[in-house]
Design a protein. Structure first.
Length: 357
């Protein structure tokens, strides 16, 4: 994967974090198509390493509609970032997409040339990384970086682009944006750097935003503030948001829908409230039980037994088999995803339907 993506990749903010003007700032959002903004079908991204083929993303499917938020949740190493990088075209050798499709407004991103992808990246599709320095160049002033990002996808003059850069900083709540434009990234706090990265990601009002744990390193107050601001922005602008996190408490307040990932596979999907209230897959159940909750105050947290197996040493059949209390002989075959309740899919032979009250 690319550790230092080019400026154009993140480019692009637009409207409204904090009180602000927005009209002059950016083009109108693109016209929505009738289907979902993003539809990932059967995606497979593998890394061809000396030790073997690491199937980091294996037959992954989900979709995100305009103005909707999908929380992609799973433990470390489950394949969340590789999924995001696959969508935005940043998987580097020895990794590559070996199967499936990534339909963005009906176009398969997996089939685009790098040149075509550059036209979308940072413009119609943007990504916010966990580390804002993935977006920011440490040796360039902030104004230079945002202006470059603006001009990569517009015909604005340098002066006009600088005005837009200033407005973008104001919109993400950076005080004295005119002065701060002259600063270098190291002159910002971690929270402010992330705000700059978010401003750049939102510059061109993307149709699709992928946010990869962007608030994990921030303190909880700033985290909550940024979450609600990004959520509001996406809702008002019709941006489809894929929010990647290992933190269920984040998705519970933010996401409309949830997709749970384990060992490169999506094991459960559904409306966020439904999945959190009534997890069907034993892994989701364990994940929820291991998170502190006000409702379970005083009770011991449950742990999922065992360790996440390495992707080169997965058990045959269901990947969760060695940790699952419900496993039986049927689980020696890898289950397909199936709809077991209205709008709820799970990849399990023995979903926890019996636990539903
Ligand atoms: N360049 C690479 N070569 C080999 N394997 C890789 C490479 N990049 C990622 N992987 C593997 O792909 C799997 C998924 O990684 P990924 O970074 O997507 O996990 P993640 O769910 O984002 O985890 P985290 O929560 O820690 O960020 C991991 O097992 C990882 O080791
Ligand atoms: S398929 Fe079997 S092993 Fe896998 S999660 Fe379901 S019950 Fe457990
Ligand atoms: Mg990750």
């Amino acid at each position: 994967m690319n550790p230092t993506p080019p400026t154009a990749m993140t480019a692009a903010p637009h409207a409204a974090m904090g009180p602000t003007p927005q009209a002059a700032m950016t083009p109108a959002p693109h016209a929505a198509t009738s289907g979902p903004t993003l539809e990932v079908r059967g995606l497979q991204t593998h890394f061809f390493t000396r030790a073997g083929v690491v199937k980091a993303v294996e037959n992954v499917s989900f979709s995100v509609g305009s103005g909707r938020v999908l929380g992609l949740v799973g433990e470390s190493g489950s394949g969340k970032t590789v999924t995001g990088f696959s969508i935005i075209g940043l998987v580097d050798p020895p990794g590559r997409i070996v199967g499936g499709s990534i339909l963005y407004q009906g176009r398969d991103l997996a089939k685009l040339t790098e040149r075509e992808m550059r036209g979308l990246r940072g413009n119609r599709i943007a990504m916010i990384f966990q580390d804002p320095m993935m977006t920011l160049n440490p040796v360039l002033r902030i104004d230079t970086q945002i202006i470059e990002a603006v001009r990569a996808h517009t015909n604005l003059s340098w002066r006009e682009a600088r005005v837009r850069a200033r407005d973008a900083l104001g919109m993400v709540g950076i005080p004295h944006p005119e002065e701060r434009l002259d600063a270098y990234p190291h002159q910002f706090s971690g929270g402010m750097r992330q705000r700059v990265a978010i401003a750049i990601a939102l510059l061109h009002r993307p149709d699709l935003l992928i946010a990869d744990e962007p608030t994990t390193a921030l303190d909880v107050t700033i985290q909550a503030q940024i979450l609600s601001e990004v959520q509001q922005l996406c809702a008002t602008q019709g941006t489809a948001l894929l929010w990647i996190t290992h933190d269920l408490s984040v998705v519970s307040g933010l996401a409309d829908d949830i997709a749970v990932m384990y060992a490169g596979r999506i094991v459960e999907t559904g409306a966020a409230s439904s999945v959190l209230d009534r997890p069907l897959h034993p892994y989701t159940h364990g994940l929820i039980g291991s998170v502190p909750s006000r409702n379970r105050r005083g009770q011991r947290l449950r742990q999922i037994p065992g360790m996440t197996p390495g992707l080169l040493a997965l058990p045959a059949g269901c990947a969760f088999r060695t940790r699952c209390a419900r496993a039986d002989a049927a689980c020696a075959v890898d289950p397909d995803a199936r709809e077991v309740m209205a709008d709820r899919t799970t990849r399990c032979f023995h979903p926890e339907l019996d636990l539903i009250a």
